[in-house]
Design a protein around this ligand. Structure first.
Ligand code: ADP
Ligand code: MG
Length: 264
């Protein structure tokens, strides 16, 4: 067989022009291996294509994690499910796959006292969903309301809400902290109504509905908002004592026991 010489000097430029950075970085190694092991051309080509696609997926997920503003370090792995017996690990795991609920714009509502782990679970689920290819935005509800109020003043509320459509899931953390003066402009209701049955919301709150009267301008709007939120929703009530307090007490008991041992 006659030896064909190929001018490889232009290849990096061509790959750059085609925006194939993974192939550009790895083709020499893969080509050497293919030559050595006598790969058919089709195997070589598909190996390169697979590498580029995998790297693109990884970069996309990285971008989605940055844009999500999720608090870092809150994962499902670091959540102690034993501390919240009413929360089924299997159920949370199923929600983390996303497809069944996000595609129909269903919601997830997390209720429980401060420190019970609502934000942790919300962030951990958000993270898992991003890793499964979805786009998520995590925000404190008061910040979101403030932003939307600014947009309303600029007559841009509808456009701002439409822009949030790019997120499969919007996590509104601490809904109950919305203040009376924020409630007066009802931007939160507009958001809930706009996403209804299309795009999912995850909401955390200390109180299940009882004190939501102060979150919306009037009782009719409160009822209408709750109605839309719960129509297709999973609700977790996490009525356990604060994890912070429990771990602090556990630490203190341990210290007391240790110092007790020393004085004994
Ligand atoms: P909430 O949002 O309900 O007020 P957080 O999710 O902020 O509570 O939890 C308070 C702190 O305790 C956080 O640092 C969180 O990571 C931790 N935490 C809460 N519940 C658990 C749990 N079951 N396992 C591990 N860490 C937890
Ligand atoms: Mg919280």
């Amino acid at each position: 067989m006659s030896k064909i010489s190929v001018d490889t000097a232009r290849l990096p430029l061509l790959l750059q022009e085609l925006r194939l950075p993974a192939i550009n970085r790895l083709w020499q190694d893969i080509a050497a291996r293919a030559d050595k092991e006598g790969w058919p051309a089709v195997r070589f080509l598909s190996a390169l294509a697979e590498l580029e696609v995998a790297e693109r997926a990884r970069r996309r997920i990285e971008r989605h994690i940055v844009e999500s503003r999720l608090p870092i370090g809150k994962t499902l792995d670091s959540f102690d499910f034993n501390a919240v017996p009413m929360l089924s690990k299997a159920h949370v795991g199923a929600l983390a796959s996303g497809d069944a609920w996000l595609s129909k714009g269903a919601n997830l509502l997390l209720f429980g006292p401060p420190g019970c782990g609502k934000s942790h679970i919300a962030a951990a689920l958000g993270r898992a969903l991003i890793e499964n290819g979805y786009r998520v935005l995590f925000t404190r509800t008061t910040d979101l309301v403030q932003r939307l109020q600014t947009e309303r003043q600029a007559l841009q509320l509808a456009a701002a809400i439409a822009k949030l459509d790019r997120f499969d899931l919007l996590v509104c953390d601490d809904l109950s902290y919305v203040t009376k003066d924020q409630a007066e402009t009802s931007v939160l209701f507009e958001l809930i109504a706009a996403r209804y049955e299309r795009r999912s919301l995850m909401i955390t709150a200390n109180q299940p509905f009882g004190d939501w009267g102060k979150i919306f301008p009037d009782p009719a709007m409160t009822v209408a908002a709750i109605d839309r939120l719960v129509h297709h929703a999973t609700i977790f009530e996490m009525n356990v004592e604060s994890y912070r307090r429990r771990t602090a007490v556990a630490r203190k008991t341990k210290v007391d026991r240790q110092s007790g041992d020393e004085t004994a």
